[in-house]
Design a binder for this molecule. Structure first.
Ligand code: GLU
Length: 376
């Protein structure tokens, strides 16, 4: 496949999984980490903008406290993260200081990013750190993230890293773990499988491959990586999944070498408000449209009208963000709705002129206005 445009990858988010940082043991492996840090430092020296998303806090805390893996639950996980996060940062601080790079800890919680102000604050902080040439090391704020409420946590750093790439409008997200990429079948259980070098679009077949692939990783597996790939590529970011133990992997991928599996962006760069809408952080419901509406929206023609809506799901109000789906249930995009879910249930499928009669009021003929719509 050869090289792709090297300079295109100016802003790079690199994610290190727990399995990689520990060398599949129960504690951080500083020698392995040192090799990764050296590569990040080299790119930093060459003027690239980098952000690291690092797992390993919980494992590190567990090791420090000498506790068994069998003890689980909350607040146990939160205690381990509280102990381990400072140790993790201590190691990074020491390793990066060899290259005179100052590190910063950025702990993100999903709930904080769900509102627009929180999203912008996190974005501004990360961008300011990049400008100051300080290396942000991001993790989920596991101390406050509530496990029981699935929606309130990222839960895995694959999804978190895609959110970071979306936040800062990165060119490349490089997810490094102990698996070389996406295979045609589970490499742990099958022979004759081969690595898929490039995915142009994540379809049902790619999702099926991910579900069938096991992983030694602590939290993420291929499923969370594909979720991350969906968000990253929809946000205009290229994502590469590669084996972090491959020599000089960060330098080589950043130079455009075809290593691992590369997922191509499905949109060109989007503006910040559109990326926030696409992040799914704040999506309240779902609209399924008919094929006529789907075609028109994809051709960037007009707004979404009531007549084109087949189905409405979820409980949302006027002004909320909703996901929009094709008739085959694949995601078409998202947008800000002018009508609540209750209203849409009444007016779906009807001509715009009937809205006022059916509801007794009318907020205009567009359910989602073209200007408030992001099509993937
Ligand atoms: N935030 C967790 C940690 O630092 C890791 C989550 C993950 O591995 O995906 O330990």
């Amino acid at each position: 496949m050869g090289k792709v445009k090297d300079l295109a990858y100016q802003r790079i988010v690199v994610k290190f999984g727990t399995g990689l940082l520990t060398g599949a043991t129960d504690c951080l492996n500083q020698e392995l980490m040192s090799g990764l840090v050296t590569q990040v430092a080299e790119l930093h020296k060459r003027g690239r903008e980098l952000i690291v998303v690092s797992s390993g806090a919980i494992t590190s805390g567990r090791y420090r406290l000498g506790l068994s893996k069998k003890i689980r639950g909350i607040p146990y996980r939160q205690v381990l993260a509280a102990v381990g996060q400072s140790r993790l940062m201590h190691v990074y601080d020491q390793l990066f200081s060899r290259y005179n790079i100052t590190v910063a800890q950025a702990l993100l919680a999903k709930a904080d990013l769900a509102n627009r102000a929180g999203y912008l604050n996190a974005r501004n902080t990360l961008l300011a750190l990049l400008e100051l040439r300080v290396l942000a090391i991001v993790n989920e704020n596991d101390v406050v993230a509530v496990d029981e409420i699935k929606e309130a946590r990222f839960g895995d750093n694959d999804n978190l890293s895609a959110m970071v790439a979306n936040l800062v409008d990165a060119d490349l997200l490089l997810i490094l773990s102990d698996i070389a990429g996406l295979y045609t079948a589970d490499p742990h259980r099958n022979t004759g499988v081969h690595l898929i070098p490039q995915v142009d679009r994540i379809d049902a077949e790619i999702e099926r491959l991910a579900v069938g692939t096991s992983s030694n990783l602590a939290t993420g597996g291929m499923v969370t990586k594909i979720e991350a790939a969906k968000l990253a590529t929809a946000s205009g970011v290229t994502l590469v999944i590669a084996d972090g133990r491959e020599p000089d992997v960060i330098l080589r991928v950043a130079a455009g070498e075809a290593l691992g599996t590369r997922f191509l962006p499905t949109t060109s760069k989007l503006e910040s408000r559109q990326r926030w809408m696409l992040s799914g952080l704040c999506t309240k419901g779902k609209l399924v449209v008919d094929s006529g509406a789907a075609t028109a929206l994809k051709k960037q023609q007009g707004s979404l009208l009531a007549a084109g809506i087949k189905q409405v799901e979820g409980d949302f109000q006027q002004g909320d963000i909703v996901n929009i789906y094709n008739p085959d249930k694949s995601r078409l995009g998202c947008g800000i709705t002018n009508y609540s879910s209750v209203d849409i249930a009444t007016i779906k499928g009807v001509h715009s002129r009937e809205i006022a009669t059916l509801l007794g009021y009318d907020y205009g003929s567009e359910i989602v206005h073209r200007n408030n719509l992001v099509v993937l």
